[in-house]
Design a protein. Sequence first.
Lengths: 383, 383
Amino acid sequence: MANKPLKKLLLAPGPTPVSPLALQAMSLPIIHHRSADFKPVLQSVRDGLKWLFQTKNEVIVLTSTGTGGMVSAVNNFFNSGDKVIVIDGGKFGERWTEICQSYGLNADVIKVEWGYTIKIEEVEKRLKADPNIKGVLVQATETSTGVNHDVEKLAKLIKNYENTLFIVDAVSSLVAHDLKTDEWGVDIMVSGSQKGLALPPGLAFIAVSEKAWKKAETSKLPHFYFNLKAELKNIKENQTNFTSPVSLLIGLNEAIKQLKEEGLENVFKRHERLANATRAGIVAMGLKLYAKEMPSNSVTAICAPDGIDGQEIYKILRDKYGITTAGGQGKAKGKIFRIAHLGYADTFDIISGLAAIEMTLKGLGHPITLGKGIAAAEEILMK
Amino acid sequence: MANKPLKKLLLAPGPTPVSPLALQAMSLPIIHHRSADFKPVLQSVRDGLKWLFQTKNEVIVLTSTGTGGMVSAVNNFFNSGDKVIVIDGGKFGERWTEICQSYGLNADVIKVEWGYTIKIEEVEKRLKADPNIKGVLVQATETSTGVNHDVEKLAKLIKNYENTLFIVDAVSSLVAHDLKTDEWGVDIMVSGSQKGLALPPGLAFIAVSEKAWKKAETSKLPHFYFNLKAELKNIKENQTNFTSPVSLLIGLNEAIKQLKEEGLENVFKRHERLANATRAGIVAMGLKLYAKEMPSNSVTAICAPDGIDGQEIYKILRDKYGITTAGGQGKAKGKIFRIAHLGYADTFDIISGLAAIEMTLKGLGHPITLGKGIAAAEEILMK
């Protein structure tokens, strides 16, 4: 490689870049998690998470990746043999199934073709057919395909079923999308630190409804580490069950402060604008979006042109241009590559990502007009 | 402004962005400048500066801006009434004249039309006519116009005149251009921290030849703070005359380490590549370069299109797109704007800057084809 990149840019759908102010806050000396210094941080984080999750309930913080949050959403609310519907439109839908099965739940999996969104009627049909369904699990954004499922419509349907909890994996969609936890009636909303919140990996967040807390009373699944009831009791006393991840929470406090300054509506608009520009740029290059409907504002999955391996594009972007995106996962591996516009992301991250894709494809001999994708993105970004 | 930029990008010809590793090094607790901890830092910096300035002589470090370095190059080597030639092709040529005049030197100013480079014959004619000329002062890069003067050719000429010192302001050209201090025979080479070295402002560097040190013996101009002989005596004992700027020197040590890892030839090639791409992009947009000859690899000065104020372009780039470039100085104010490709700069800084210029001009109603400048830059950057 003639020009080894001096600078690197993270455009993966997690981890995403951390803002300089959050990095700076996290680099301060460690304080003790039971100290008076830390109490105001945790109090501020609790208030901030309620604001961000649009809920009046406590949002539980776990020291784990987002998957830990997903696990806690299963092993705190169900029992072995419980029947749940899993909406599976990609790699993370599969993960819901795996988690449910590992705890002995009876997962009724609705397979959604990759690149497509769930048909609400499919869920309704099953709920009507079986009054014993204890939960519906879905991704707000299926990160592997860049497709959203319609959380608002699903919530509207599911709240008619009083025995059924609606559980949403919002790991990669919180901050990018307006998710009205309480207003829509989502029972459990899970997210993580390394996506829209633009922090290092290491924190999971779980907003839990009253209805779900009641169900938690009857759950007998083992959950020593991910014990949400114990966490709730602790957080009401302004502490965490185990050692608090102090640096990450200090960073979270700073990240939420920055989001508040920007304003939640503006944050969503920024993600929409960046996502629109990315999609317009990709289409103008003559490439196809992998999402056939409801594309996410967090991540755009792009079909590799015929005859070009998506992993090869991913590698050139990384090694020649210093830009880390993501390849395809599971059965999409080799067929797609994915670029995020999530978290601490702005105009020129998109311009840079699109320019790198243009140069990469041209370098691979793909017939592409340099600058064409950029022009389409610029039209949107300059507005 | 609909979209307040979340991120900011510094593309000014100084200060330039500081690398994360240098920022990190400078954020460590302060150590004492006479301590054993600091000695190895200063030793390493001394060796590194010799490597960077391509000289076997000590490079003096001053706690000042680059202008302090320029002042020290005058008030340590001359006497009141001394006749010197000043090559003045812009704002910083004017500064040489002002400094010389403030110390009572007799400055014979060769005015070079802004946007053009010095004709060597002009200098030769004057040197031949007057054997009493004590110095020739020039900019390697005239930052206000984006034009280089040919330091190598000037050095070759001037070294035939044993009473004449050749003094080069390399504040904005060191690191971007291959300046062979000893091999070419430059007597005094001045630079600063906030340009190619990609550090905060606050340090000036002066490489001094044997010939110049001899002249320093006879200089009677006042120079209590910028006392280069006292600094030389101290630096040979691995210390500075006054309090060492410890954090900046720790940052400098890290910056030099990074340049060494990249390799000096690669550093120059990177700047050349970024400058070429910038110029190609600007020309493809239908704009004119302000430099009519010998354009600098540090900074590109761009003529504002007819009917558009260069300052207006500068302000939109800053306020709407979060990109700080530079406007015009002195008589070029309003006529030009300037974008740097200097120091810790890479491919997507150029892409970002050019995209912002395209969007700005289109937004001002200038007939521009979006993506055209980017395409021309990409052609060069992907090689």
